[in-house]
Design a protein around this ligand. Structure first.
Ligand code: ADP
Length: 398
């Protein structure tokens, strides 16, 4: 029959862009990082090679050693315009070549088992929620295990409509300026980026108030760093910084200030992608110890002088905290100014003392974080500048 269907429900079978394994603008280094992050046997992607008009298949395998190895194969053409990876198996299109090797290694280090591409990773995790409808019906939620406990209360794993895994935060009575938060939640829901933990909605007709967000399988970044730090390569640590920087650059372009950026407020998903969480939430905390700069829970060690002295927040105060986050990543989850009290830190920061170079950071990496700690906000780089620097550094490392 004739009629209309939504275009996003169909793909064109032999068009390369329509495939989950196709990554258009991706360098060899970025491809390797993605494959390593996924860490799946037979993980693969097809990308444009540095040679114009040539495509390369990048494949990840653990059969050559536990740390995983990557092989890059160029897709070749025959004189008659057919495509192949193995000379004996030629096809009319690249998708057909890939389809064949999904089932047969035929000379490759492994068959192509698991497509790794930007589609799964970079599409914001909306999971069927709409950014217009921010109220969630609590009867559509089921509760599973406990995930942790924070400033606002208990966080549990749950399911929405029995299908989508979500994280559900139950707000403890007296812990939050609830009315103000509910107003702001409408704005937060529209912040949508692959490196931000997505807010799906709130159940606001009942108490405790429930906040529903994207579920992040590997939990808090600080724990990941402390538990697995030694096993993470330098390139991996840098890619964690890049993830957080991408999320922050998005907030910066939307003039949204985080106010409490730190490793404890970043989460890690199943594919080991780091995402920034709890943005803007510090404004709704009802606890003097946390909100007053002289309070015991105030993030003094992540704060620049203008916040410590005048409570002056900006994207540039987030940049300072981002420098400290980089420091946490490259010190595998140590606490900054470990042996110092908050009062000592305020005094030292005001005198111009800064964090030392963490043991995993090369000098050029330390240089980037150090620039975030310029005394004056205007002397610090923006997140978009930081992102450029980090990308360059990642390229050099290869
Ligand atoms: P609060 O904002 O109330 O301080 P947090 O956001 O710090 O709470 O959450 C407390 C803990 O719950 C985190 O350290 C983490 O282990 C877990 N958690 C929070 N949000 C999620 C999530 N979206 N996915 C998985 N675990 C989460």
């Amino acid at each position: 029959s004739k009629g209309f269907i939504p275009s996003n429900y169909v793909t064109e079978k032999n068009r390369i862009e329509a495939n989950r394994w196709y990554c258009k603008n991706i360098t060899r280094t970025e491809a390797e990082l993605l494959l390593r992050q996924e860490d799946k046997e037979g993980g693969f992607m097809v990308r444009e090679s540095s040679q114009q008009g040539v495509y390369t298949v990048s494949v990840y395998t653990k059969t050559l050693g536990i740390n995983g190895n990557i092989r890059h194969y160029q897709i070749k053409n025959t004189d008659t315009g057919q495509f192949f990876l193995a000379e004996k198996h030629t096809f009319n299109s690249i998708p057909e070549v890939i389809h064949y090797h999904e089932h047969n290694a035929a000379g490759l280090v492994t068959r192509l088992r698991y497509p790794v591409g930007p589609m799964g990773r970079c599409v914001p995790a909306t999971a069927g929620f709409s950014s217009e409808k921010w109220e969630i019906n609590p009867s559509e939620l089921t509760f599973m295990k406990e995930l942790g406990c924070g400033q606002f209360g208990l966080v549990r794993l749950g399911k929405w409509r029995a299908q989508h895994k979500v994280a559900i935060k139950a707000i403890r009575e007296g812990a939050m300026y609830e009315e103000d938060f509910i107003e702001e939640a409408k704005v937060m829901m529209r912040l949508c980026h692959p490196k931000l933990v997505q807010l799906y909605g709130v159940c606001m007709q009942q108490r405790p108030l429930l906040i529903v967000a994207e579920f992040m399988e590997n939990g808090c970044l600080l724990n990941v760093l402390r538990q697995r730090g030694g096993a993470l390569t330098g390139a991996w640590l840098l890619s964690m910084c890049q993830d957080a920087c991408e999320g922050m650059a998005y907030l910066e372009t939307h003039s949204f200030i985080h106010r409490d950026l730190a490793a404890r407020n970043c989460l890690v998903n199943e594919q080991n992608v780091v995402k920034v969480s709890d943005f803007g939430m510090a404004r709704y905390v009802l606890d003097n110890q946390y909100t007053s700069s002289s309070g015991a829970k105030f993030p003094v060690k992540w704060s620049p002088p203008e916040v410590l002295h005048y409570s002056k927040y900006s994207s540039k105060s987030d940049v300072w905290s981002y420098g400290v986050l980089m420091w946490e990543i490259f010190s595998e989850g140590r606490t900054p100014f470990e042996s110092r009290s908050n009062i000592e830190v305020v005094e030292e920061i005001t005198r111009g003392v800064r964090l030392y170079r963490p043991h995993r950071a090369a000098h050029n990496t330390y240089h980037i974080m150090y620039r975030c700690w310029h005394e004056k906000p205007q002397g610090r780089p923006s997140f978009s500048e930081l992102l450029e620097d980090i990308r360059k550094l990642a390229e050099q490392q290869d």
